[in-house]
Design a binder for this molecule. Structure first.
Ligand code: FAD
Length: 508
């Protein structure tokens, strides 16, 4: 299998190795259906989900489309490595039929019977471990769900009605604007302070672990509104959120779906592409957009869809410069710089085990996902930003091991054997500089619509400023779809009519 230079694996025998095998790697990296001097209909920058679906939608509608991607592979912040036949999802993982845009892709490409479940019951260590400082308690998964659900509900119930009226339509763009603006002023720390008298130390640790896993930063930096959005998307229940957002994934891996979308676009004969091609400059003049790569190549098109993530967008030179409000918006980056680490433990015993804990030793959650082909327990673990006191650097293999062991039941810590670690350091990745988008307080109110707005012939698509499942795969697909449609019709990507928006704003 071909490999990407992204990601790394560690095993006791081979130590640490950079790069991972993946079917998402594109070789050879370039293909052109027409002379490079030709003016394309559209250039799509970025081959993550937003860029892939946009390029597919355009190519299938007869637009000559050039896809430019900095990496050597498809998928951006979503991709899977395959090691010894097991798929390790390095970024975006869990998808669900309640995520309408990605589910449409899954079923369209025939993967609707390909779901598998994370957290399978029945293994020897079939319980939850809560680590609160130096104290630990094992409990049943039923008790875990009760406590984790109760504290999250308390946290999210900012209006006394679980947001069931004020945030009734999770995907709608304009509703309860005054309340949204009020809640958006708060950080997770502010909200925790409001309810702290109602939480035991264990409650607080379980709640903090969940929030740190969601927002991947310090609690002061994570905007409350992002958590409330997830709550609303999870049908205003903790089990809804857990089942939709953390439970089902594709057996064949996300890169399989990327391949199918990419090959569909290619099959039209309208798609050209260049991978390993970081873009440096985008110039929009006289209705032709010129895109220049770092190595000085220039391509031209009538329109551009830019899917470069929020946290690296400021590295691109725009001519004429972006308007002041857009420049300000892209300075307010996503705060989420979490670490996601795969750890294989020797033997099948931890398939069903789950854990949360703060302050932890760099990781705040670990849970059994599946068995590898060698019947080892595959765990997925998350920890907050390495630059905060609760995070660790992924360069430090010993720190990763001790962070995982710290979350394991105390009486098992000595006997557990770590067979493999697999990860991708998203925070030191120059084409991501972070993970899924989580905005700081006030940023949603001030900047979301600014980030979504096109500029001349340049359209912007990303999960980072999507409506609906913002920060998720589904949001990337929604945003890419809207941008392609906007290019075809050459108008802005907002979908509801003015009258519907007005009705929603009035609380109808
Ligand atoms: C660790 C992790 C776990 C996640 N878990 C989940 C999950 O379980 N479920 C879920 O739904 N979502 C999850 N997400 C979020 C999801 O993966 C992302 O929101 C989504 O993949 C973003 O898609 P995108 O197309 O908007 O951006 P990206 O995937 O980032 O695509 C942008 C593309 O632009 C390219 N690019 C950047 N700079 C340049 C440049 N200068 N020139 C050319 N190309 C450039 C990048 O290489 C990239 O390929 C997770 C993300 C991470 C990182």
């Amino acid at each position: 299998m071909v490999s990407s230079t992204d990601g790394f694996t560690w095993t006791p025998s081979a130590g640490r190795r950079k790069g991972l095998p993946t079917i998402g790697a594109v070789q050879p990296p370039n293909y052109s259906t027409q002379p490079p001097s030709e003016v394309h209909d559209v250039i799509v920058i970025g081959a993550g989900y937003a860029g892939l679906v946009a390029a597919r939608d355009l190519a299938t509608q007869g637009k000559t489309t050039l896809l430019l991607e900095a990496r050597d592979r498809l998928g951006g912040r979503t991709w899977n490595a395959n090691i010894n036949g097991f798929n390790y999802e390095m970024g975006g993982t869990w998808v669900h039929w309640h995520m309408p845009h990605i589910y449409r892709e899954i079923s369209y490409y025939g993967l609707h019977n390909d779901f598998i479940v994370t957290q399978n019951p029945g293994s020897k260590e079939d319980y939850f471990t809560a680590t609160t400082g130096s104290r630990q308690r094992n409990m049943s998964h039923e008790e875990e769900a009760n406590i984790a659900g109760r504290v999250l509900q308390k946290f999210c119930n900012v209006d006394g009605e679980d947001l069931k009226q004020s945030w009734k339509y999770a995907f709608a763009t304009v509703q309860s604007p005054k309340l949204m603006a009020k809640w958006d002023k708060l950080s997770c720390k502010d909200r925790l302070d409001e309810i702290q008298d109602q939480l035991s130390p264990e409650d607080r640790s379980i709640l903090e672990s969940q929030l740190l896993q969601m927002g991947g930063s310090s609690l002061e930096k994570i905007g409350l509104l992002g958590v409330l959005l997830w709550w609303s998307l999870g049908s205003h229940t903790p089990t809804g959120l857990n089942d939709i957002a953390l439970h089902t994934r594709l057996r064949s891996g996300q890169s399989e779906l990327h391949r199918r979308i990419f090959e569909h676009a290619e099959s039209t004969g309208n798609l050209s592409y260049s991978f390993q091609t970081p873009v440096q400059r985008i110039e929009d003049a006289d209705n032709i957009v010129a895109v220049t790569s770092r190595d000085g190549q220039v391509w031209k098109a009538k329109s551009v869809i830019c899917t470069i993530p929020l946290n690296v967008l400021s590295s691109i030179e725009f001519a004429p410069p972006l308007p002041a409000d857009k420049l300000e918006a892209i300075q307010h980056k996503s705060v989420n710089r979490c670490n996601k680490v795969h750890v294989d433990l020797n033997g099948p015993d931890y398939l069903s085990w789950t854990s949360l804990g703060t302050p932890g030793k760099g990781l705040v959650s670990a849970f059994g996902d599946h068995l590898t082909n060698a019947s080892n327990s595959h765990l997925v673990c998350f920890g907050p930003d390495p630059d905060t006191p609760l995070g660790i650097s992924l360069d430090d293999t010993e720190a990763i091991k001790s962070a995982v062991i710290h979350l394991l039941p105390k009486d098992k810590q000595e006997e557990v054997i770590i067979n493999r670690i697999v990860s991708h350091d998203w925070n030191n990745d120059e084409f991501a500089n972070g993970t899924w988008c989580f905005l700081e307080p006030e940023a949603t109110t001030k900047y979301l619509s600014v980030l979504q707005r096109p500029y001349g012939n340049i359209f912007f698509a990303s999960a980072d400023w999507s409506d609906g499942w913002r920060g998720w795969i589904d949001g990337a697909v929604q945003s890419g779809t809207q941008a392609a449609k906007a290019v075809v019709f050459q108008k802005t990507s907002s979908t509801p009519t003015v009258s519907v928006e007005k009705k929603l704003a009035n609380g109808a």
